[in-house]
Design a protein around this ligand. Structure first.
Ligand code: AMP
Ligand code: GLY
Length: 327
């Protein structure tokens, strides 16, 4: 199997290393990659967010599988173009990637699928924002509706700061999602989906705020570890049944099946598990830790997902040791 991995980060490097351990993978290519990746496999200097360039490279390499790492190429329709050109692609269509691309869309799908999540309002002006903030009370949670690389969310006790963030989003022509605060630790669970069937990976925890003692603003993630020995027994199965399966089923019913990683960002609250957000891809930096422990060949797994051939009974093989990474 000849694989092409799109994306420039540590996550893509971790995916590539896992492919190199798969005996059925004969060749791995990266685009655009980075200096570290270039020490392991050939890198190709293209704009991986451009559907035409990505498709041309996949053709030139005669790739058997294309894996898309980050959200930007997904939302730009790179997987649609590759699929149309006849490639096996691991990564959702632009329409399905809206689960990550629009927080308002994700809330809508969760409501339709009865997935447990924070109560929320979409606000498009200051009056609506104020009403929503007052309904939920402090701590306030205000989210830019569009893609913001983990930096569009403000969680604060300060009502003025919450309103200022909402106003900045309105000024940029956007809307915000304002929601109730979820207490309790966060968990990242990656669920492989072939559009119909789902297979969860080992849960991880990632730490979002920069600076010691969580004193800085949110980031995309400052570090991660896995597994999580403190999770209640049956947690992963509960998330599969209450979150992943209904969401994947709903996306298929809508005519936009989700093929790729459904990244469930969860809060383990005093009232049970709640979805904080969905992403449409592997998480960074969680993937570096999670894939370090995966012994099941990744190429075969992702190719099966790309072809709609995941079988839910598959037992994945994990190194029992803990993996940690720091950004
Ligand atoms: P998101 O982009 O939606 O994942 O939000 C980024 C981060 O903001 C999350 O990882 C949480 O740490 C925090 N956050 C988001 N929504 C909530 C919420 N409803 N309650 C508490 N914290 C939240
Ligand atoms: N580490 C969180 C994310 O990838 O969005």
């Amino acid at each position: 199997m000849k694989v092409l991995v799109l994306g420039p980060g540590g996550r893509e490097h971790a995916i590539i290393r896992a492919f190199l351990r798969d005996p059925e993978v004969t060749e791995v290519h990266s685009a655009p990659g980075n200096a570290g990746i270039a020490q392991d496999v050939p890198v190709h200097a293209i704009d991986a967010n451009d559907p035409a360039q990505a498709t041309a490279l996949a053709r030139e390499l005669n790739a058997d599988l294309v894996v898309i790492g980050p959200e930007a190429p997904l939302v730009a329709g790179v997987s649609d173009a590759l699929r149309e050109a006849g490639f096996d692609v691991f990564g959702p269509s632009a329409a399905a990637a809206q689960l990550e691309g629009s927080k308002a869309f994700a809330k809508q799908v969760m409501e339709e699928a009865s997935v447990p999540t924070a109560r929320a309002y979409v606000a498009s002006n200051a009056a609506e924002a104020q009403a929503a903030l007052d309904e939920f009370g402090a701590p306030y949670v205000v989210k830019d509706d569009g893609l913001a690389a983990g930096k569009g969310v403000v969680v604060t006790e300060d009502r003025t700061a919450a309103l200022e963030h909402a106003q900045a989003c309105f000024n940029a022509g956007g809307t915000v999602v304002i929601e109730e605060f979820l207490d309790g630790p966060e968990v990242s669970l990656f669920v492989i989906s072939d559009g119909k069937n789902v297979l969860p990976l080992s849960p991880a925890q990632d730490f979002k705020r920069i600076f010691d003692n969580d004193e800085g603003p949110n980031t995309g993630g400052m570090g991660a570890y896995t597994p999580l020995p403190w999770l209640p027994e049956g947690f992963v199965q509960e998330v599969v049944e209450k979150v992943a399966r209904p969401t994947v089923a709903r996306m298929a019913e809508r005519g936009t099946p989700f093929v790729g990683v459904l990244f469930c960002g969860l809060a383990v609250t005093s009232r049970g598990v709640r979805v904080i957000e969905f992403n449409a891809r592997f998480g960074d930096p969680e993937t570096q830790a999670v894939l370090a422990r995966l012994r099941t060949p990744l190429g075969q797994l992702l190719r099966a997902a790309a072809r709609g051939e995941i079988s839910e009974g598959t037992e994945l093989d994990w190194d029992p040791r803990t993996a940690v990474d720091v950004v």
